[in-house]
Design a protein. Structure first.
Length: 134
């Protein structure tokens, strides 16, 4: 990539300058199927997709609600790189939109229990509308 990253200078004690680089984060949609056969849909943000996927797999196997089977793992359906501010903003907008559209029962940690029926598609709008086929 020949495109330079945006930089800014941060004043640090004793007048020292340190240049910092703005990091991008990921907005993602993923899923897993719980022990009862319910399709669990999740929207979230992270700066490291691989690490976050393993955290979800580990933590949802211990979850009291919508528990993931031991032989399964969390799967990403879609991801997009944005600024940290925008990932958090669009995550909140997407959650609110999915709640209004009734994509299933909202459960803790930004998850939606879609029951035994897997939705064919979900949408996320960020300037344009992304159709995510599941």
């Amino acid at each position: 990539n020949d495109v330079p990253k945006r930089e800014w200078t941060l004043k640090i004690e004793k007048g020292r300058d340190r240049t910092m680089v703005r990091e991008k984060e990921w907005l993602y949609v993923g899923h897993y199927v719980d022990l009862d056969g319910h399709y669990i849909l999740k929207v979230g943000t992270t700066n490291d997709l691989k690490r976050r996927q393993s955290e979800h797999t580990r933590n949802y196997k211990r979850s009291p609600r919508a528990k993931m089977p031991e032989d399964s793992s969390f799967t990403y359906d879609w991801s997009l790189r944005l600024s940290k501010y925008n990932t958090l903003r669009y995550e909140d907008k997407t959650k609110a939109n999915w709640k209004n559209l009734g994509f299933g029962e909202y459960i803790r940690n930004d998850r939606f229990d879609c029951g035994n029926v897997k939705p064919a598609m979900v949408e996320i709008t960020i300037r344009k509308t992304y159709q995510i086929f599941l």
